[in-house]
Every structure is written in C-alpha cells, then in structure tokens.
Design a protein around this ligand. Structure first.
Ligand code: SAM
Length: 290
C-alpha cells in the first residue's frame, strides 16, 4: 500500500505505531505540503535512467516521489529509529536502498560507484537537516563527485547566501565556494507551515548545477580558499585586514597585492568579484613564495 505521506494524520499514525519522536538535534522537520516533493523530484530527475542520492529521507515523503521517477534512489539516514519506518513506507518500491549512516562521514565516491552502476547520471536531492547545510553542500562540491546537480531545500537565509552574487552584500566565503564549483539559483520558497513540526524560519529550494569544466582557475586552489575565508572572516573589516590577519601576512604585502590587482586598499571582501578574488590570490600566492 502506498501511504499518503503528506497527510498529517497518516504521518502521525505511522510515527506513533513505531514509537517515534522528533529529534530537534537531528534537524527533523518532515515535509507535509503535498506540492513540494513532486516539484523537487521533477526538478532533480530528468529521466527514468537517472540515479538519485538523497540525504535524510525522514519518513520517506520525498524518497517516494524520487523512486517514482528515477531508476535508483539511495537514501542516507543517520537516525536508526527511522529504518523500520522507511521499510514500511517505501515497501512498494524495489528501486530504493536506505543506507544507515552519517552523510558527512561516508565515503561518497565508493558509495556512488557501487550503488549507481548503470545509471545515466547521478543527482542529489534532499530536504537537508539545517544544522549541517553548509558542510553537506561543501562536501558534495569539494570532493568532486561524479554528480551533475544538487536540488536541496535549505533555510531561506542560507539559500540567499548560497545563491548570492559574488561581489554583492549577501555574499560570504560559502558563496564564493559554491560559485567556484557550480551555477546556483533559487527555485522556490517554502513556508514554515509546510513542515511537521513547523520550524521557526522559512525555507527555499535551490539548484546547483556543477561545472563540468573549471571556469575559475586560481594558480593554487587551496591558497585561494584560505585567502577567501580570511577575507570574509570578519565582515566589518577590510579585505586587507582580514587577509593579513588570517594568513599572517604583513599588511604592506597585502596592500601591495591589492595595488597590483588594481583594487582600492580599503575594499571589503563582499565587493570583490570571482575574477578579482582569483587575481588577488594569484598575486599573493606568488609573493608568498618569494
Ligand atoms: N526528507 C524528509 C522530509 O523532507 O520530510 C526529512 C527531512 S529532515 C529536514 C532531515 C533528515 O536528515 C532527518 O530524517 C534526519 O534524521 C536526517 N539526518 C540528520 N543528520 C543526518 C546526517 N548527518 N546524515 C544523514 N541523515 C541525517
């Protein structure tokens, strides 16, 4: 029997049957708005030969929509108590595998290779637990996994930050990292009333299309990211002060690099474009080798 997992009464009955209580610490807010999961699944899965990695299936409301469209769905769930629940709610699907584990600790390269053989491509789709939004997204991007896109629900504020334009007030170090690896955009907003229990904030679904070819190519990637983190570390400081403090470089060295990059000495990190950040990083990297 396929359950209606957007129906609050059904959800309560299943959870009660399994003696389940929500864990705030694990970011457990389950979707009950019937329009959201089909829209996310449609966005994530292009064809029935696609594979989908889901993070945190919860009771399986999004998982079921993904299963109905994809060739194979692998859902990583940390909370063991949800395993018997998922066995029941996803019993109708033979193309789903639930993996019990912490997505931040799993070897995703191996998991993708082993579980998605025969799939045309693999995408990630999830209603992410809020407490690990950035670490999960950064892991998916930095590990250079063979995935094409990421369609995830995050807090609205995080969505604004992740999809901001580099060089705008909303941008932070995480914005630069996201834009480095992917083209990012917000798809739609989801109000707090769409979840049980309702969180205190609204959410939004974002889409990241991973760049298959590098668009930005700093001379040293690790140095570039260290400089970006330093530049954005204290938002009220100038890029000069942030970089000098964060990388333990003399202010004169950073000032000279800013000058060489034709940037004002008092410029803030949020004003810098990707190209300017790359150029500044290249100049500083060369200088620090001398
Ligand atoms: N997908 C479901 C939905 O939309 O209703 C549940 C989403 S809920 C916001 C987040 C889910 O992630 C929960 O099921 C929670 O137990 C799980 N979770 C939390 N931390 C996790 C981790 N480190 N690894 C994998 N799953 C995790």
């Amino acid at each position: 029997m396929r359950y209606n997992l957007s129906d609050l009464k059904t959800v309560r009955a299943i959870l009660e049957k399994h003696g389940f209580s929500f864990s705030k610490a694990l970011g457990q807010n389950f979707l009950i708005n019937p329009n959201v999961c089909p829209a996310m699944a449609k966005e994530a899965v292009e064809s029935d030969s696609d594979g989908v990695l889901e993070v945190g299936p919860g009771i399986g409301v999004l998982t079921a929509e993904l299963c109905a469209r994809a060739k194979k769905v692998v859902a990583v769930e940390l909370d063991r108590r949800l395993l018997p629940v998922l066995s029941e709610t996803l019993a109708d699907f033979d193309n789903v595998e639930v993996v019990n584990g912490d997505v931040l600790k799993l070897d995703l390269h191996t998991l993708l290779r082993e579980k998605f053989a025969g799939c045309r491509k693999v995408t990630v789709c999830a209603n992410l637990p809020y407490y690990i939004t950035s670490p999960v997204i950064m892991k998916l991007l930095e590990e250079k996994l063979p995935i094409e896109s990421i369609v995830v629900m995050v807090q609205k504020e995080a969505a604004d930050r992740l999809c901001a334009e580099v060089g705008s007030r909303e941008a932070g170090a995480v914005t630069v990292a996201v834009q480095y690896y992917a083209a990012a955009r917000q798809l739609f907003k989801v109000g707090r009333g769409s979840f049980v229990p309702a969180p205190k904030v609204d959410s939004a679904v974002i889409r990241l299309d991973l760049r298959q070819d590098a668009v930005f190519a700093p001379a040293d990637e690790a140095f570039f990211f260290r400089m970006v983190r330093a530049a954005f570390a204290q938002r009220r400081k100038t890029a000069l002060n942030g970089i000098s403090a964060g990388l333990s470089l003399p202010k004169e060295t950073v000032a000279a690099a800013l000058g060489k990059a034709e940037l004002a000495p008092d410029i803030r990190a949020e004003k810098l474009t990707m190209e300017q950040l790359c150029r500044l990083s290249d100049i500083l990297f060369e200088t620090s080798k001398e």
